[in-house]
Design a protein around this ligand. Sequence first.
Ligand SMILES: [Cu+2]
Length: 125
Amino acid sequence: MKKTLIIGLLVIFVLISGCTNTTTIRPAEPTPQATTPAQISTEQQINIKDFKFVPDIAEVPMGTTVTWINDDNVPHTVTSVSGSFDSGSIDPGKTYSYKFNQAGTFEYSCINHPSMPHGKVVVRG
Ligand SMILES: [Cu+2]
């Protein structure tokens, strides 16, 4: 008889706590912080070393400024195959930067060394 009472009380307790849990109003989730406005500013570096663009394919988000660094001992150029950009001569140790504001694949070469493998910048929209 006593056992039944205890079990009964336990059942009631479980029911009450169950109900309590389901009716508890959870604190509001913290509102996500507003992300930085649309202006995304990222940078990508490409080295020109041993007559190669490293990396030869750079995938970047739109709006990225790509900077080429001439790590060789001779001048190179970064010249777009489609004509959209051209660094002119980049002396050893110097850099050239170009900001990509349009999505697409931009292939470039070095005018001084036509045998150099072309590089590519792939800009995601
Ligand atoms: Cu070159």
